[in-house]
Design a protein around this ligand. Sequence first.
Ligand SMILES: C[S@@+](CC[C@H](N)C(=O)[O-])C[C@H]1O[C@@H](n2cnc3c(N)ncnc32)[C@H](O)[C@@H]1O
Length: 352
Amino acid sequence: MHTTTSYAIKIDSSHAEYLRKVLLQNNILRTDLRIKKDSGFVFLPITSKEDIKDTLSNDQSFVIVKNDFEIQETRVNDYKELISLPNNLQDLLPTSFDLIGSIILIKLDDELIPSQSIIGKALLQTHSHVESVYRIKAVSGELRTRSTFHIAGIKQNLTIHKEYGLFFEVNIDKTYFNPRLATERMYIASQVKNDENILDMFTGVAPFPIMISRYAKPKSIIAVDKNRDAIVLAEKNIKRNKIETDIRLFHDDAKNIPDIIKLNKTNPDRIIMNLPFHAHDFFLQALQCVKQNAVIHLYTIGSDDIISERIENLYDIAKSHSFSISIQKKREIKTYAPHEFYMGIDITAKKN
Ligand SMILES: C[S@@+](CC[C@H](N)C(=O)[O-])C[C@H]1O[C@@H](n2cnc3c(N)ncnc32)[C@H](O)[C@@H]1O
């Protein structure tokens, strides 16, 4: 057992729980040391005498002493255990958040914003490899970026995310990246056959092309995005991962993809369309590119009804432009909101 000496508050045990919460709330309680009990008193280890004077100057119910404390062997895993808010707020603390590289991105209800700094510090304390915590709003706008607000740790918007042995540089303010799609990217890579030509219509920082290149043997990949910042990072990521596949990047609008394909004379065997709220709007452009037969992985978000409607619409688009399509698989990737799903739809398409 390891011990160390620390300043502490000595208080009658009947008042200790209230004070423990106040100290915790103000980040004054030392959570690395074990609280001690002796002869009806509780000893709460504190960060410094000065912090106490600032926070509890009028409270006469305790004395400050020096004492030996056992160093806590077990780390707290759940950041919530380091936070003590009134019950109605404590219950709002999120159970999940995203970790991109060394940055935690967390959505907070408005009521929690005044406590964001305490929440950020608790997340830093419980995740030793994390350097920064940002509060985020939902992804929005055409380029699927989000507003971020720094709440703890160092300020940085660039980070390198590791996934299946690959490294993706991401700008959390200016580019889209979703660490929760790692398994999906691996699924797509597992579907790719040798020497396929692939088209990624909304590539972002290029996680699909890079994953496919590392774990399959495609012949070429054309990857397009309308966001210049994403294309700049995509190029860096391809170099960073020493990818040798012929990947051609285009900073362009997906509506121009049929022209890009014509100029490059490589019609795709497989198309990835990860723009969930609007991929269906570009389905005709995808069909105009395919060889005789192709597989299209289209991602969409919505309720069961909305998704069924969109699928009907895809059949209509195909029929009116002399294509036959068939849905091979509908895969629920994650729940997006109550009764709304992030779905991957695997479609085969051929020209009639
Ligand atoms: C949901 S993100 C997916 C990015 C990437 N495939 C991934 O999985 O990380 C959608 C991407 O589509 C891009 N985008 C949106 N509208 C576009 C358009 N009309 N043409 C090309 N790219 C577009 C956005 O900039 C964004 O990077």
